[in-house]
Design a protein around this ligand. Sequence first.
Ligand code: UTP
Length: 294
Amino acid sequence: MSVSNILKAVFPAAGLGTRFLPATKNQPKEMLSLYDKPAIQYVIEEAAGAGLKDILIIIAPNKRSIIDHFDRNELLEKYLEARGKEELAKKIKKISEIARLHYTYQVDPLGLGHAVLMAEPFIGNSPFAVYLADDIIDPPPSGKNASQQMIDLFSETGSSVIALEAVSWEKVSGYGVVDGKKIGERKIKITNVVEKPSREEAPSNLTIVGRYIFTPTIFELLKNTPAGRNGEIQLTDAIQKLIEIEPVYGLEFEGRRFDTGDPAGFLEATVEFALKGEDSERIRKYLIELSKKL
Ligand code: UTP
């Protein structure tokens, strides 16, 4: 049995999405469509593509449309079949077969750390993966997706692994930033994490991306993490404690990452995915025309 078969995954998706208001007033940001597919489906497909088929999604009470999206819609399937659109009907049915999805509610948005802690009964005493659906990672053209690359490093080390991306120094203040010792190409042993440091204080330009593999030790640490910034339990605080008691590795994954948590990043990702889709020629022509006017 491969490591991916024993890893379960957790998708915290109970945040309020304030950077995307008013779109997210009554609609989960995870369900906003990147070209023709909701953002969260891309990320569930990435996890399932790496063999992580048991997935817990932490949702808020007003986010039930996520459950509906991954459920069967037999009425729609029959409607499409009756009109000769069998391929489309199959595509719709397959959405419910991507992975075994489970759900739990985080009623109050008490922070990402709190949301991850809610997964403990589902995970038990095993390592597990965490995905933030804001971060969509397009895999390299001929290669493993980011999850597979992280699982490889986890298999090698048996330790927690955090996805990293080098960003320009102007952007470091918007992210969790790590310090560490290089142990190989794209791999570091993390020695320190700092949440949203100023450019001057940032120990590096390596930022944390929303993909993690944790040993279950993180649960004990989260239980003892007091509420921090904004009264929320911060995952970064627990990661800092984890680094102090266990090795934690960082992986600069190969692949293109989009931060779709705000409208501009979302638009960039939409354009990129549209350029890969069926209407790519039309979009390409449109962009060329548009660029002449800019
Ligand atoms: P963010 O910090 O991006 O917050 O959460 P947010 O509410 O989603 O969006 P903004 O910043 O207000 O626009 C990071 C991840 O943690 C989840 C979010 O759903 C997102 O996937 N989260 C955050 C929870 O599940 N619960 C929380 O209490 C907070």
